[in-house]
Design a protein around this ligand. Structure first.
Ligand code: GDP
Ligand code: MN
Length: 382
């Protein structure tokens, strides 16, 4: 633990939560939950965790979003779980579907192919739409307009420590724009060309952030030549799918077309690190500006949301890598948080943490990006 760290946790142990909740006016913030009607039980379960560990003290509102209208069963169930203000919204066709310039026949075929390649959720069209929605649209939804901050919640997540301070407020006073709990490596075959495009964009727009180092490793030729042939085969097929994508200003920049697909032209490679987006607490200004808008549109025009299966998590992460400085990010290391079988128990730092049995701490696992994070931040103070 070094003193130079620029991202210490906001609070150790428990605070006087009643006092914290009164200390300042409620922030202009909301929970945001995209969910299907069929996920009502998972949503209720997540809300119970959020409410019991945090929101019964702070009473932040919820925005529930869905690509089809929520049914009464969903609405009734959700309203029973909180005394906070709740709104339900439906997405329009523009924000959850293909843009009008896309060639549907081609893109649908590309999505179908990803099933044969065994890419996780690759052939599920709705999953592609979901990732594109969170990458370029959620912050524009009419129900989100009035808010400055959001906290994303998904079905079937749980918090395992009490959260006894207002994370929106502490982010604000510490000038933080983006907060995460899980930093982890992405499945490579979901984003084989994403980094090439982001790198090209970075170069074209002369963007330079000290956060970028979090995402790169120097090219390791030996490791690549040892790669099993089947992986290379798969990559070649994916690269082939990219050959005839729509015209885009980035295309001319991709000089190194035969290089390994994760390779940046300057010789760096994407290490697959990203912040998991099923939990996010962030300032919506990260997205609501011309730079982000242009970035989203240029990236969308490569077709990567359909021809690959770009997740909104690496998308948000790499955008932050272009647009934010590293001290504007925050690791909520004191939060205990579980999504599926990935878990961080904040026991050494958080309040009343109850570490779940039979599930390993992510920080200790090989796929975690904790070392990369500590490296760029100058170690952990805690
Ligand atoms: P995973 O966490 O990557 O395994 O993906 P999830 O299935 O949890 O989806 C991520 C989030 O998007 C969750 O909040 C889902 O409820 C939501 N979601 C995914 N696909 C759809 C969809 O087609 N319609 C709606 N309304 N929500 C969706
Ligand atoms: Mn999920």
């Amino acid at each position: 633990a070094l003193n130079e760290t620029i991202d210490a946790v906001f609070s150790h142990g428990c605070k006087n939560v009643a006092l914290e909740a009164q200390m300042h006016p409620r922030m202009n913030a909301t929970f945001v939950v995209l969910a299907r009607n069929s996920e009502v039980d998972g949503v209720v379960s997540s809300m119970r965790s959020v409410e019991s560990h945090f929101n019964r003290h702070f009473n932040y509102p919820y925005v529930f979003l869905n690509d089809v209208p929520f049914d009464d069963n969903f609405k009734d169930a959700v309203l029973k779980e909180t005394s906070a203000f709740v709104e339900f919204g439906t997405l329009d066709a523009e924000s959850f579907g293909f843009p009008n310039w896309a060639n549907l026949e081609v893109e649908k075929e590309e999505i179908a192919k990803q099933g044969d390649l065994g890419i996780m959720y690759g052939d599920m069209e709705s999953y592609h739409h979901m990732c594109r929605f969170f990458s370029g649209f959620f912050y524009k939804h009419p129900l989100m307009q009035k808010y400055q901050w959001y906290w994303r919640v998904e079905p079937d997540i749980e918090f395992t420590c009490d959260i006894t301070y207002d994370p929106f407020y502490y982010m604000d006073i510490n000038k933080k724009m983006y907060g995460f709990v899980i930093a982890i490596k992405e499945l490579e075959d979901t984003v084989p060309n994403m980094f090439r495009y982001v790198s090209a964009y970075k170069r074209e727009h002369k963007l330079d952030s000290d956060l970028w180092d979090f995402f790169i490793t120097k090219k390791d030729k030996k490791a690549r030549s040892a790669m099993p042939l089947t992986t290379i085969d798969k990559k070649a097929q994916i690269m082939h799918a990219f050959k005839n994508f729509p015209q885009n200003s980035l295309k001319g920049l991709l000089v190194d077309e035969n290089a390994d697909s994760t390779t940046q032209m300057e010789g760096d490679a994407y290490n697959m690190c990203h912040f998991w987006s099923n939990f996010e607490i962030a300032n919506l200004d990260l997205f609501r500006n011309d730079e982000y808008e242009q970035f989203f549109h240029e990236m969308e025009q490569t077709g990567g949301f359909w021809r690959e299966r770009w997740g909104d998590a690496p998308f948000h992460s790499l955008a932050a890598g272009l647009l934010l400085r590293k001290e504007q990010l925050h690791y909520f290391r004191d939060f205990g948080y579980r999504h599926s079988d990935i878990y961080h128990c904040g026991q050494n730092l958080g309040c009343n943490c109850e570490c779940l049995p039979n599930i390993e701490e992510i920080e200790a696992k090989p796929g975690a990006c904790i070392k990369e994070w500590a490296d760029i931040m100058g170690g952990f103070l805690d």
